[in-house]
Write a protein that binds this ligand. Structure first.
Ligand code: AMP
Length: 632
């Protein structure tokens, strides 16, 4: 491991040299004066004084050599649509979209909400924002109206770009009713809404339903070019909302220069993606993985990115591997949940294809269990790299770094700290580093490296208080994940330290789900916990105390009382947050100081020891839960 160790050491000991070397991977219109300004910890300013543009680096820079190479291949197994765009064609589309935004009054620093399914126009919109220095904020197309409204109010966008509908598993998800509702609830709705009409939603009123029609606006500008706006390195590029322990999502803000350098460096050292090759990231642009490795990462590297709309098992579980074969994918990035779904089927769905082009499969977003890691490695016969990161970091914190050294993989482990992260596992009690194989909280001694969040949108105070106050005596960034390091230096992630759960790689705050359930008139209080699930990693289940227990037997519009209450979650947060079960109880287990004992409930639900219960206010509350969970 000597090469990795040396590379890692350099990144921490010679920060300026290390990162100015990496910064050469992108184009700077004006060189930076300083690599790092860390005069106001924990706020880090990277590549101070430098000017660059993400869209220029992702598209324009490749035109001399790759104008006729595909930049984007689009495959939808939902609609059957396939298309591809060369770098030259992307340049044309993105310029037209940038001009459209300009026509709508969007200028540098304005926010644009993108609420779109996985279609090429979503990627063009993102790059168009980057081109003119507008800050994009993609909201996952599965979020419900009120989740969208919260994000609208926090980011106060000038324009929203959306589509008529998304599709999942063959089911149409009309966006317009949802958008209308979100605009109605939002206190600071965008002045203008542009709709890309896929022609999917038959009910859409095409005469009055569209305020601005994407196609019509774009047509006016096709063929015209717009010079990119040269942004300061530290200018925000985008906001991505993520769940935390409170009911209010946090707007993770990323800069421009640091973000570009970090992604370009990761493409070289971690993903080993070469210009001219193809990358297939199976995530959605609504999540951080999509931002980093469907859009920016592969395009910064001059690769072809595959944009896929659909499930991993439709029309059959071989669909992704067929894409790998057909498009000679060299880098693939997916999630443990997706692999667990495939694992229910025969390995033959993978092995029947010629996958010789594939160098690595990367997996992230949630813990990768050892059997799944083994199973997929066995099927692919290439290194399957588990790597650990967060919306906040934007690129991996723990990973194997095959571009530097091909270190052996240990099943179930995301290997080692990535360069730039001064990662420490600290004891929750003493705040000191734990020993080999001892459990502690995974932290990073700041400054966080380039590409990580620079603050929370509009809330520096919350940024510091949320992430840097976990340990009183020292300033460290907390990941809120438990971890251990073994005798060989390999790390293992053991789950969250806070009340956040991870369903199929999607982070959900238990508090958010509780608040949604509590908005039902008959719910007095409620506790949500995540329990282990074979496929999705975790699933939310809920325990509620009702105002009127007689209602338990009631049926509201064909729904049992349980389903009627759960409906609130789907309405407020979207189907991804839907609790698998809602149990009715007389009281919830709390400490004498009134703190909900979520961890004990979770332990019981998973058949484990509920831990220290000495502070429990009323033991009957837990007994009742034990009883309920025993029932079939
Ligand atoms: P998100 O910001 O939604 O990507 O979620 C980040 C969280 O997902 C982390 O804090 C971890 O709890 C979990 N996570 C991400 N990658 C991994 C991994 N490779 N192994 C274990 N947990 C992971």
């Amino acid at each position: 491991m000597s090469k990795y160790r040396e590379f890692y050491r350099q990144s921490l000991d010679n920060i300026d040299q290390f990162w100015s070397d990496q910064a050469r991977l992108i184009y700077w219109n004006k060189p930076f004066d300083r690599v790092l300004d860390y005069s106001k910890p924990p706020f880090a300013r990277w590549f101070v004084g430098g000017q660059t543009n993400l869209c220029y680096n992702a598209i324009d820079r490749h035109l001399p050599n790759r104008a006729s190479q595909n930049g984007l291949i689009y495959i939808s197994t939902e609609t059957g649509q396939k298309s591809h765009f060369t770098y030259q064609e992307m340049y044309r589309e993105v310029n037209a979209c940038a001009l459209m935004l300009q026509e709508l009054g969007v200028t540098r620093g304005d926010r644009v909400i993108i609420y779109m399914p996985m279609i090429p126009e979503a990627i063009f919109s993102v790059l168009a924002c980057a081109r003119i220095g507008a800050i994009h904020c993609i909201v996952f197309g599965g979020f419900a109206a009120s989740s969208l409204a919260i994000r609208i109010d926090d980011s106060s966008p000038k324009v929203m770009i959306t589509a008529d509908a998304g599709m999942r598993g063959g089911r149409l998800i009309p966006y317009k009713p949802l958008i209308n509702k979100a605009l109605e609830i939002a206190k600071r709705p965008p002045g203008k809404v542009v709709l890309y009409d896929r022609g999917l939603d038959e009910k859409l009123d095409r005469k009055t339903g569209k305020q601005f029609d994407y196609d019509a606006l774009i047509k006016k500008h096709l063929g015209k070019n717009l010079e990119p706006v040269w942004l300061e390195s530290e200018d925000p590029s985008y906001i991505s909302y993520t769940s935390g322990t409170t009911g209010v999502p946090k707007g993770v803000q990323r800069d421009t220069g640091g973000h570009a350098v970090a992604l370009a460096a990761s493409m070289k050292h971690i993903y080993c993606g070469e210009a001219g090759e193809t990358m297939f990231t199976t995530s959605d642009i609504g999540w951080v993985v999509g931002h980093s490795y469907i859009i920016y990462g592969p395009l910064l590297a001059g690769m072809t990115t595959i944009v896929y709309e659909g499930l991993p098992v439709r029309p059959d579980p071989g669909v992704w591997w067929q894409i790998v074969e057909q498009h000679k994918v060299s880098v693939m990035f997916s999630s443990p949940t997706a692999v667990r779904v495939l694992k229910k089927e025969s390995q033959d769905y993978i092995t029947r294809y010629n996958l010789r082009s594939l160098k690595h499969l990367f997996l992230a977003g949630e813990p990768l269990d050892e059997p799944t890691h083994r199973w997929v490695s066995d099927a692919l016969k290439i290194p399957v790299i588990d790597h650990f990161w967060q919306t906040e970091t934007g690129w991996p914190m723990l990973t194997s770094i095959p571009g530097v050294e091909k270190t052996p993989i240990k099943f179930g482990s995301p290997s080692f700290p990535a360069y730039g992260y001064n990662l420490k596992i600290l004891s929750e009690i003493t705040g000191k580093e734990v020993g080999v194989n001892e459990k502690g909280v995974v932290t990073v001694v700041p400054p966080l490296p380039p590409g990580c969040m620079t603050t929370l949108w509009g809330d520096d105070k919350r940024f510091v208080e949320t992430y840097f106050k976990d340990f009183e005596s020292q300033l460290v960034y907390s990941t809120f994940d438990w971890g251990i390091r073994d005798q060989d230096g390999y790390h293992f992630i053991l789950g969250r330290t806070d009340d956040v759960i991870n369903v199929a790689g999607h982070r959900l705050g238990t508090r958010e789900i509780e608040e949604a359930l509590q908005s039902h008139a008959n719910v007095i209080e409620v506790a949500v916990v995540g329990i282990k699930d074979q496929i999705k990693g975790q699933l939310p289940i809920a325990f509620a105390v009702l105002r009127d227990t007689k209602a338990i037997e009631s049926v509201e519009k064909g729904l049992s009382h349980e389903r009627d209450i759960i409906k609130e979650v789907v309405r407020k947060l979207g189907a991804i947050a839907r609790p698998a079960r809602l149990y009715f109880v007389e009281m919830l287990p709390k400490t004498r100081s009134g703190k909900l004992l979520r961890r004990s409930i979770q332990a019981l639900a998973e058949g484990k020891d509920p831990g220290d219960l000495t502070t429990l206010e009323d033991p009957r509350a837990l007994d009742a839960i034990i009883q309920i969970l025993k029932e079939p």
